[in-house]
Design a protein around this ligand. Structure first.
Ligand SMILES: [Zn+2]
Length: 345
């Protein structure tokens, strides 16, 4: 098969078409302190200024050999624009929303401002995508990120209050999610216009807090609606053990699911049954952060052998993860394919 560009490879994998080799993809953050130093684009500036954001993101392709560039390192850009209380932190930490100080109590409080997209923290993302599109043309896949309504509800209502509402009042929960989903769609479509090829849609209905049945009840249909309203491939991201909801996720029409290493590659492939591509799932806290290239390679191979369509870290990688482990991901993918190409004796 003729050699593809990184962009062709990723877009083919996201749409179920053949690839020349498995793409290495980064649907969440590959920002690390080492990479920030390499291109002089440290947090918190790289979360708030378009030039730094784009420069740090480009390292994913230029320095790490990934087939994607993804400039949105955090989960808080939209929440900042909605008025949440922010903690921007310094170089060694991700910015966070102060969820202990929620801004809303009921669905009636929710307001998506008319000038939502003009907020500097959303403009920063849109401009960074524009800069990257300009710089890389069609060579590499540029992935944006728009947060799903479940995550936005945690940020704006607080985790516990929102989970309590979801237990007590199904109608109110649906009203909250419906209204917040508007923000997801608006920001997603603006990123398409800015030049994104695909979008990660993190929606933290995580295995430790809610069940698969909850996903089915509250999010499956809503995520299908996101697919209809945001017309480029979407990559759903949910952390934790999620095998109990992968069957539901596979029905949404999302292009891919970015899965956590708490789920085995084989059981996950079986669960999604070819209806959706999988991206993942190199472990962050123990492997990429604390182990070495040999262990990284082992996990890459396990995913490739299971047929996982795109290889990458399971979630935003730890800021202190060593460069040599990240470099090993694309090396291992290329080596595995080279080994497959040698005819068996
Ligand atoms: Zn995650």
């Amino acid at each position: 098969m003729k050699e593809m560009t990184s962009r062709e490879r990723v877009m083919a994998a996201l749409t179920g078409k053949p690839v020349d080799r498995t793409p290495v993809a980064n649907p969440t953050s590959v920002a690390t302190v080492e990479l920030m130093d390499l291109v002089d684009a440290p947090f918190p500036d790289a979360n708030r200024r378009a030039e730094q954001m784009a420069r740090l993101a480009a390292t994913s392709h230029v320095d790490l050999g990934f087939d994607t560039i993804m400039p949105v390192y955090s989960v808080i850009q939209e929440s900042s624009a909605l008025g949440c209380k922010m903690q921007w932190e310094g170089k060694g930490n991700w910015p966070t929303v102060r969820m202990s100080e929620p801004i809303w109590k009921t669905s009636d409080d929710i307001v998506i401002p008319d000038d939502f997209l003009d907020h500097p923290d959303l403009q920063c993302v849109l401009k960074a995508i524009g800069i990257l599109r300009e710089e890389f043309g069609n060579e590499v896949a540029i992935i944006g990120k728009t947060m799903g309504p479940w995550s936005l509800a945690y940020h704006c209502f607080g985790v516990e209050p929102f989970l309590l509402t979801s237990l007590d009042d199904e109608d109110e929960t649906r009203r909250i999610l419906d209204k917040l989903a508007e923000a997801t769609v608006i920001f997603g479509n603006a990123q398409i216009e800015a030049g994104a090829d695909a979008l990660t849609l993190p929606d933290h209905a995580t295995g430790d807090l809610v069940s698969g049945e909850y996903y089915h009840r509250y999010l499956e249909d809503l995520h299908s609606r996101m697919v209809e309203e945001i017309p480029i491939p979407l990559i759903l991201h949910i952390c934790g053990r999620t095998v109990d909801r992968m069957g539901f996720i596979a029905n949404t029409g999302m292009a891919a699911f970015h899965f956590d290493s708490k789920n085995g590659p084989e059981e996950s492939m079986k669960e999604v049954d070819g209806k959706i591509a999988l991206v993942g799932n190199i472990n962050n806290p123990s492997t990429l952060y604390a182990k070495g290239p040999a262990e990284v390679r082992e996990e890459v191979y396990a995913n490739l052998e299971a047929g996982v369509q795109m290889i990458g870290p399971e979630c935003a990688i730890p800021l202190q993860a060593p460069l040599e482990n990240l470099l090993e991901i694309s090396r291992a993918v290329k080596d595995w394919h080279a080994e497959q190409a040698v005819p068996a004796e």
